[in-house]
Design a protein around this ligand. Structure first.
Ligand SMILES: [Zn+2]
Length: 635
């Protein structure tokens, strides 16, 4: 990547990535390329070659679950059979939906529907209890909506209207393959849209979801039952758990439940039923013929600007490596990840945690008591690096019969996964479980475990390499590690203690001071124009706090290096965020992604730190200058 004539002092991102941006080509089957996506592409190429060799017998794996993954991979590849069967494998599922005449029929079928991924009027599931993260809880939610966010349903939202037209067009074509009459097809589509519009009035917006600490709303089961009637949630719980059915449920989206009568009731049962039919049909298509699958992806392509679906071999790899994510991730880690790199990056994590502690001690807006709690939380952070030692038992149970169609095989797998998930309710939380598999190019902080996960696949250039300078590694993976750790103290993470429990450990005035700083961060990003849209400062605040923290903490470590190269630090920070994307994708992300767009992630955090000004001699004449009193550094 060479540099263009754009001055780095005016636009770090463009100066570093400009040449690349000019020539980079977005693959037809991706919405974007650059940074994360380029690396993901490379990982995919390696893994696809391995899957091919494993399928042909040229290679073998000592991971037993990989044979199921390869068997599923072969099923996806078998387009002769998929074409021959057409829609047939989906019909038994669709017939079960069509057989519903009353809400009572639904109540009788609810448990089986839940296990077979046929949506109930409420979404239910088992997850970690935020109040006591050693335990699980049963959660209740409203349904998903068709458009990317509730804001798209506004009367004057042109994009929303266009997308609903794309969705309708797709469904119209798909319904022709079903045994429904023409009139029925029309009615099913109209009812689907009508039901979705009712749901959209009640469920949370992306902005509301972004404050996830607000999801913990315990409610007595009797109260929930009253709201969701005539759907019989008590009957469902009894069938699932017998006498030990939970008496308290956690309502993630209280309005969607309290006002459920606004979309689900006995009078409009047909709206729900037809919505359900269309939803399940769409859900099945991924496992039907390539023709149907391609049709059913039309809406997703319109949403993201992706030109075409991946070629069959890539689809097969993606599908199998996603279902058997842990075995595939362990395979990737054992094959491509070195112990030396692991040790080096784990050391870097500890150095970053220690530096955060120093910064916390020096902090000027927290009382000693709060600082102590914050340091306790930093000390408790666990690091998951590369890939897990063991593959969870569940993956050895994801089996199917050789003669099963793809859809039947996948349905059997989903059923086992669903049963396993529901059965966790009275089991302790397994804190050794990884949130991301080894072959995924990503990283995360888990607020309920207070741990960070760095899959093997992200530990490569430009993020990290043993051959790269320490400065480049700090500007790449270092700042990303700092970012993830900072999530422990962003506007969400700050509400959880060192074990991950939702608990207020702040002095009131300290929290108020922190809140004021988060408001400043909202202002720093809010309204910045980007590809015809505007950044929502509130939606992206937690990620912007994390980027700011990540850059700040690693810059401090830079001062301890003998051969620190601050220029290289900032350049590599800009490199990891390079992205070329379809316009549709950029627009979509502005409304539903909690991260700021890549170019802003590259350009905004540096200007808050004096090192940026010193490294490139940036002055008030340059575009990437902000006045000292406006510079922000929270952690
Ligand atoms: Zn983040």
């Amino acid at each position: 990547m060479s540099e263009t004539t754009v001055r780095i002092q005016d636009d770090l991102y463009e100066a570093v990535n400009g040449e690349w941006l000019k020539t980079a080509v977005i693959p037809d089957d991706r919405p974007s390329i650059g940074g994360f996506a380029t690396l993901a592409d490379e990982v995919e190429k390696k893994m696809m070659a391995d899957f091919r060799a494993l399928a042909s017998g040229e290679k073998t794996s000592d991971i037993p679950e990989m044979k199921y993954a390869i068997s599923l991979y072969k099923k996806v590849l078998d387009d002769d059979r998929r074409s021959r069967e057409g829609i047939a494998p989906a019909l038994p599922f669709l017939e079960r939906i069509n057989a519903l005449e009353t809400v009572e029929d639904l109540n009788k079928a609810a448990k089986e529907f839940l296990l077979d991924d046929i949506s109930l009027p409420v979404m239910v599931g088992v997850t970690t209890d935020m109040q006591d993260v050693t335990k699980h809880c049963f959660i209740v939610n409203g349904p998903h909506i068709i458009l990317p966010d509730t804001t798209y349903y506004a009367e004057d939202n042109v994009a929303g209207k266009a997308l609903l037209a794309d969705f309708s067009d797709m469904v119209r074509k798909l319904l022709k393959y079903t045994p429904l009459t023409e009139d029925e097809q029309k009615a099913y589509l109209a009812d689907t849209l009508a039901y979705d519009a009712l749901v959209a009035k009640k469920v949370k917006s992306q902005l509301e979801w972004s404050e996830y600490y607000k999801n913990h709303n315990p409610m007595d089961v009797e109260e929930v039952a009253g709201y969701v009637a005539p759907f019989d949630i008590k009957r469902l719980l009894k069938e699932l758990y017998g006498d030990s059915a939970p008496s308290t449920l956690i309502v993630y989206d209280p309005r969607a439940i309290k006002e459920m009568n606004g979309y689900f009731n006995a009078e409009n049962f047909n709206l729900y039923k037809h919505w359900l039919y269309v939803k399940k049909l769409l859900n099945c298509c991924a496992c039907l013929s390539v023709e149907l699958k391609t049709l059913a992806n039309a809406y997703r392509r319109a949403l993201t600007g992706v030109v075409s679906d991946p070629v069959l071999e890539k689809e097969a790899y993606r599908y199998a490596s996603n279902v058997y994510s842990e075995p595939a991730g362990v395979y990737y880690g054992r094959t491509y990840f070195g112990e030396e790199a692991k040790k080096d990056v784990v050391d870097m994590c500890h150095k970053i945690i220690d530096t955060y502690k120093l910064r916390m001690q020096r902090n000027t807006f927290l009382a000693d008591q709060t600082k102590e709690q914050a340091i306790k939380k930093l000390s408790a952070i666990d690091v998951k690096m590369g890939y897990p030692d063991n593959i969870r038992e569940i993956f050895s149970k994801l089996v199917f019969d050789e003669e099963d169609s793809l859809l039947v095989a996948v349905s059997k797998i989903e059923r086992v996964k669903n049963e396993d998930q529901l059965a966790r309710l009275y089991k302790p939380v397994d804190r050794t479980e990884w949130q991301m598999p080894g072959h995924m190019v990503n990283a995360c902080y888990d607020p309920f475990c207070n741990d960070i996960t760095f899959p093997a696949a992200i530990l490569q250039k430009p993020f990290y390499s043993l051959e790269q300078s320490a400065s480049a590694n700090l500007g790449g993976i270092g700042a990303v590690i700092g970012h993830e750790i900072s999530h422990a103290f962003d506007n969400n993470g700050a509400n959880f203690d060192e074990k991950g429990n939702l608990k207020n450990w702040w002095l009131e005035e300290d929290f108020a001071a922190f809140k004021a700083l988060t408001q400043d961060m909202i202002k720093q990003f809010d309204g910045i124009e980007f590809h015809g849209g505007k950044v929502n400062g509130e939606l992206t605040v937690s990620e912007n706090i994390a980027d700011n923290g990540g850059v700040g903490v690693t810059l401090e470590i830079m001062h301890t290096l003998d051969d620190a190269d601050f220029k290289e630090f900032f350049k590599n920070w800009a490199r990891v965020w390079c992205i070329k994307a379809k316009e549709e994708y950029f627009k979509l992300r502005l409304t539903n992604d909690v991260h700021s767009p890549g170019p802003l992630r590259a350009n905004m955090p540096p200007r808050n730190f004096s090192e940026w000004y010193e490294a490139f001699g940036v002055t008030d004449k340059d575009k990437m200058y902000i006045a000292p009193e406006k510079r922000l550094s929270i952690w």
